[in-house]
Design a protein around this ligand. Structure first.
Ligand SMILES: Cc1cc2nc3c(=O)[nH]c(=O)nc-3n(C[C@H](O)[C@H](O)[C@H](O)COP(=O)(O)O)c2cc1C
Length: 166
């Protein structure tokens, strides 16, 4: 009898977290629990101390960030955001998703943190996987709940994107 065996390549997902009070980190933890198994390897990194060299890592990326101030990225995300703006690396090989957190009470700047990263990465040639998520803290929906539901679909798209890139 012939036995067939195949080996599916492990998908690596780097989750980069921009947060002020930890909500985005809860979202990342939820996604890591949902995704991380034998076939998917998730690494979650707080953006503190990161610079644009982080995008040399293997795998796809998820930017998981809230919004503060006048529609700014959170303080811990500023060094990475500013480094990308200053160095403008070619990110045409990069595939990424965005899970943004915000509050519609801030009508003029709703979810600008995620939007800023999204626009900058696209300018640098990176291609987004799926739609940008815009969680609204005033909606009553917990971001972790939204994340686990959304995460299933996004994982399928990420697998496809990683296959295309290979
Ligand atoms: C001082 C302050 C400013 C904020 N500014 C904005 C804003 O401009 N736009 C927005 O969509 N949300 C804004 N938010 C809402 C946060 O982004 C939202 O509550 C988010 O879930 C917090 O996530 P974090 O705990 O990961 O930082 C602000 C919240 C605070 C406390």
């Amino acid at each position: 009898m012939v036995q067939y065996s195949y080996c599916q390549m492990t998908l690596k997902i780097n989750v980069l977290v921009g947060t002020m009070t930890g909500t985005a980190q809860l979202v990342a933890q939820e996604l890591e629990l949902a995704w991380d198994d034998g076939e998917v390897q998730v690494e979650t990194l707080l953006m503190d101390q990161l610079d644009c060299s982080v995008f040399a890592r293997e795998g796809v990326f998820l930017i998981c960030t809230s919004t503060y101030g006048q529609g700014d990225v959170p303080d811990n995300a500023k060094p990475l955001y500013e480094d990308l703006k200053a160095k403008r690396p070619d990110l045409s090989q990069l595939r990424y998703g965005v899970f943004g957190l915000g509050d519609r009470t801030y009508a003029e700047t709703f979810n600008f943190g995620g939007q800023r990263f999204d626009e900058l990465l696209a300018e640098l040639g990176a291609r987004r996987i799926g739609e940008r998520v815009k969680h609204d803290a005033s909606s009553g929906v917990l971001p972790e709940e939204m994340a686990s539901e959304w995460g299933e679909e996004w994982l399928k798209l990420a697998r496809r994107a990683a296959g295309q890139a290979a």
